[in-house]
Design a protein around this ligand. Structure first.
Ligand SMILES: NC(=O)c1ccc[n+]([C@@H]2O[C@H](COP(=O)([O-])OP(=O)(O)OC[C@H]3O[C@@H](n4cnc5c(N)ncnc54)[C@H](OP(=O)(O)O)[C@@H]3O)[C@@H](O)[C@H]2O)c1
Length: 215
C-alpha cells in the first residue's frame, strides 16, 4: 500500500517507520518539501521511504495519517488539499492540545465539538478514523506490556474504513480495538489523551497505555 504521513514529529516518524517495517511505501509530508526531519527519516528508513509537501504525501497515498500539531490541522489539511483526500481512509492520530498556558495542556476544542470532527469537516470526503491519539508514540507499534496488550479506542463515520483501520491496528500489535461510534466520539477520545498526559506528568514515566478489563 502507498501511505502518506502528514507530519514529521515523533508520531509521524514512528508510524512512518512502522508502515515501512510492514512493507508499505511511505511518503512523509511537511510544509516544506525539503524538511530536515523528514530527510533524516528517509535516509534512515531506506528505499521504501520518500518525502514531500503535505500535498505530495496526500496525492501519493492510498491511506493517509494525520500526525500534525493538533491546532494546526486546519492549515495542514488546506495545504494537503481536501480533494487529494477524497475517498481515502484518513487516520487522525492528533489531539487539539493548547500549550499556551503551559503544562498540562488543555483541549483547544471540546465537549460540543472536537478535533476529530474539525478534521472531518476540513476533509469532508475523507473517511476519517480517529486512532492512536490515546497512547504515547513509543507504544504505537508493537506495544509490549507485562499486563498484556493495551486497548486501542477508535471512532469514525465510515464502517468500512474502521474495519480497515482495525485490521491495520491488529498488524501493528493491537489485538483489542474498541469502536466507540461516529467521529463525534472524538469528544470523548481526545480527553482520554489528557488522562494519559496527567498520569505521565504525575509519575514522570511516559510509557504507559490503557486497558479495559473484561469478564
Ligand atoms: N507525541 C506523542 O507521543 C503523541 C501521542 C498521541 C497523539 N499525539 C498527537 O499527534 C500529533 C503529532 O504530535 P508530534 O509530537 O508527533 O508532533 P507535533 O510537534 O505536535 O507536530 C509536528 C508537525 O506539525 C506540523 N506543524 C506544526 N505547526 C504547524 C503549522 N502552524 N502549520 C502547519 N503545520 C504545522 C509540523 O510541520 P513541519 O514538518 O512542516 O514542521 C510537523 O509536521 C499531535 O496532534 C499530538 O497531540 C502525540
Amino acid at each position: 500500500m502507498k501511505v502518506g504521513i502528514l507530519g514529521t514529529g515523533d508520531v509521524g516518524r514512528t508510524l512512518a517507520s512502522a508502515f515501512v517495517t510492514l512493507g508499505h511505501d511511505v511518503k512523509m509530508g511537511a510544509r516544506e518539501a525539503t524538511n530536515d526531519k523528514a530527510a533524516t527519516w528517509v535516509k534512515q528508513a531506506g528505499p521504501k521511504a520518500s518525502q514531500g509537501t503535505f500535498a505530495d504525501a496526500a496525492g501519493f497515498a492510498e491511506l493517509v495519517v494525520l500526525a500534525t500539531h493538533g491546532v494546526a490541522n486546519g492549515a495542514v489539511l488546506k495545504a494537503a488539499g481536501p480533494e487529494r483526500l477524497a475517498g481515502k481512509v484518513l487516520i487522525d492520530a492528533t489531539n487539539p492540545l493548547d500549550f499556551s498556558k503551559g503544562m498540562p495542556p488543555r483541549l483547544a476544542v471540546g465537549f460540543t465539538d472536537s478535533g476529530g470532527e474539525e478534521v472531518q469537516r476540513a476533509a469532508p470526503q475523507a473517511r476519517v478514523v480517529k486512532a492512536f491519539n490515546i497512547v504515547g508514540h513509543v507504544s504505537m507499534f508493537r506495544p509490549e506490556y507485562k499486563g498484556g496488550p493495551p486497548d486501542m479506542l477508535i471512532c469514525g463515520n465510515d464502517a468500512e474504513a474502521k474495519k480497515q483501520v482495525t485490521a491495520l491496528l491488529h498488524e501493528f500489535g493491537w489485538p483489542e480495538v474498541a469502536d466507540l461510534g461516529g467521529i463525534e466520539s472524538s469528544r470523548v477520545l481526545e480527553p482520554v489523551c489528557l488522562v494519559w498526559v496527567l498520569y505521565g506528568a504525575a509519575t514522570g514515566s511516559w510509557s504507559h497505555a490503557l486497558k479495559m478489563l473484561r469478564k
